[in-house]
Design a protein around this ligand. Structure first.
Ligand code: HEM
Length: 347
């Protein structure tokens, strides 16, 4: 997977060569990059078809988001679907049809001996689970389709926003940009990173910067939990079946937990790791959620963001364009509402 991340980032940066010294809207650039990477991770060689699905999922996400913002009278929607309901059903059916097509095509190739196995992408893992000899461990085709959707929704938008906010903060904090670049040259040098570099513990400054970005701009708006039984939380009694929406943004911006300088970008908070930064309070920092349902893709995300940012730092010094308007807005994740315009100058 990591070579695909490096290859995709390299081709994005190759494209940027024509724009050196000019403004680039990087949110869209990162959206295309992460979509390419997650498509390859999910569908491997079928990533071109995968990208079509992901474009549809993106449209679907937009419709779901618009719909969630509207006030609806309960039950009425079932009998009187509006434009968004109709569009989202159409979109979902199309996504299901396309995923099924890819599944069947892959099965066919294995049956005909064109391929000697399902491969090693996410779809292959799901196909193997679908045909697990132990029936109790098998997953249905329906589950496979839903898992593909979750994988995309959970993994693409979040990483796009993390990359964007990291670049914004480095563009507006030149001292940290310099520190990060110095470290990248010391650890990785001038050449493209190797597969191990994304997990390289020596990229400590970059990790601190990413952690602080996730604190200030956690991509996921709410983490949801349902009380299985009545519980007491401090002075609160939560009845059974009540859904709790926990906001990482609110927790990460609480001065009682983080101090009076809570709104300031200070990666040094994380110089001795997350445990020290949170004063041994794991629930003070939850960009990836917590407990048994914590994000399964957090290593994937760190690796991807570290590699991409390191590759940018190796090539460019960057500053924020005067066209940028700071307006974090909630879409699927918290993103820059009017895009992120950055000027890249060759080192
Ligand atoms: C910056 C990037 C990311 C952030 C901030 C993020 C954040 C989250 C959060 C907050 C949750 C909910 C956890 C909970 O309820 O406790 C979650 C779940 C999940 N994430 Fe991520 N995520 C990111 C990247 C990824 C990537 C790259 C993938 C896949 C490659 C991924 C796959 C998933 C999946 C499958 C779930 C659902 C897990 C479950 O329900 O058991 N995420 N993520």
């Amino acid at each position: 997977m990591v070579p695909a991340m490096i290859e995709a980032a390299d081709s994005m940066l190759d494209k940027w060569k024509k724009e050196e010294g000019k403004e680039i809207e990087v949110f869209e650039e990162f959206r295309l990059l992460t979509s390419e990477i997650i498509s390859r991770a999910a569908f491997g060689s079928s990533y071109v078809e995968g990208k079509t699905i992901f474009d549809m999922l993106m449209k679907f996400g937009g419709i779901v988001h618009m719909s969630a913002l509207k006030t609806r009278i309960p039950i009425i929607g079932k009998f009187m679907p509006n434009r968004e309901d109709i569009e989202s059903v159409k979109c979902e059916n199309e996504i299901r049809r396309k995923i099924l097509e890819i599944i069947e095509e892959r099965e066919e190739k294995v049956k005909k001996g064109v391929k000697d196995g399902y491969g090693n992408d996410y779809l292959a893992l799901l196909l193997k689970a679908n045909q697990d000899p132990n029936v109790s461990k098998q997953i249905s085709i329906q589950d496979m389709i839903d898992d593909c959707k979750t994988f995309y929704f959970a993994g693409q938008d979040t990483t796009t926003t993390l990359l964007s906010w990291t670049c914004l903060l480095l563009a507006t904090h030149q001292d940290w940009q310099e520190k990060a670049r110095k470290e990248v040259f010391e650890v990785i040098g001038n050449n493209n990173p190797t597969p191990d570099d994304g997990t390289n513990p020596k990229l400590k400054t970059l990790t601190m910067i990413i952690n602080e970005t996730l604190r200030l701009y956690p991509p996921v708006l709410l983490v949801t939990r349902k009380a299985a039984r009545e519980v007491r939380l401090g002075e609160l009694t939560i009845p059974a079946n009540v859904e709790l929406r926990i906001s990482p943004t609110a927790i990460h911006h609480d001065p009682d937990l983080w101090g009076e300088d809570v709104h300031i970008f200070k990666p040094e908070r994380f110089s001795e790791g997350v445990v020290k930064a949170t004063n041994n309070n794991p629930s003070a920092y939850i960009p990836f959620g917590f407990g048994p349902r914590i994000c399964v893709g957090f290593n994937f995300a760190y690796t991807e963001v570290k590699l991409v940012v390191a590759m940018i730092l190796q090539r460019y010094h960057f500053t924020i364009s005067s066209a940028y308007v700071h307006s974090p807005a909630i879409h699927l994740s918290t993103r820059p509402q009017h895009g992120l315009q950055i000027i890249f100058n060759k080192l």
